[in-house]
Design a protein around this ligand. Sequence first.
Ligand code: CP
Ligand code: NVA
Length: 299
Amino acid sequence: MTKHFINLDDLSNHDLTQIIKQAIALKKQYKFGEINRTLEHKTLAMIFDKSSTRTRVSFEAGMTQLGGRALFLSDKDIQLGRGEPIIDSAIVISSMVDAIMLRISSHKDIHTFAENSSVPIINALSDESHPCQLLADMMTYQEHNGSIANKTVAWIGDGNNMCHTYMQAAKSFNFKLNIATPQNHQPDQSFIEKYTNHIDLFTDTQKACQAVDLVVTDVWASMGQETEQTKREVVFKDFSVNTALMSKAKPNAVFMHCLPAHRGEEVSANVIDGEQSLVWFEAENRLHVQKALLLYLLN
Ligand code: CP
Ligand code: NVA
């Protein structure tokens, strides 16, 4: 059966742990300048209907480093953007490449694509989740502070795609997740119900950050919500991660953000650029962990 990576918890805890272990080994190999051409002659198609820096560069460089190649396909350039059905696109593209990475808005469309694809599909951010980012975040936490099992994580801000994926990670990696959001910006009800044993909901950021091991946030307006930016700046004004909030967490707590970030909005400059911040490590680890993911899906 074709393996896909659409939701983080599609994979067992065992497989997720193995991918991270492999990523750490690949990172070491890459830093030592060792050549690995395991994906020679393999092609990854990368379909984007939204902007990207980290996802595009890490998948493209990752395929090159493994001896394969990646095709960047903007929806503006392929027929999908002109209305060619998802099903037809999936059948055709998957007949020509070895794996397909999708950053398309609709999570439902990613499932439809996968159901009609003969090769592995990777969700590279949908309106619902961002599992590749969580692989990198979990790897980064482990490298810096050891196992995340039985720790407490605070999510501050919007109950968005990243928040949903942290909920899935809480279950898969066995940590407790405190979620602080404005009243009307909680995660989807279906996620709250499904992950209820792993989360606590807050509206008070200080309570949510009390003695936690990791503080995470994300932009107040995600891609596609640009017209709500001004309104959201008012609603989310008390949901900024600053030094006062970080001081509620444990002294060895770390800060994460998937990036891109808005300094002075969801995070202050002295936190994101400060000593507790792991944001550059998270970004770099996208490369290593996605190489491990590609090897997992393709081998
Ligand atoms: N974090 C992340 O996915 O970044 P990009 O939008 O730049 O790919
Ligand atoms: N929540 C953000 C994440 C970007 C990586 C968005 O969807 O725009």
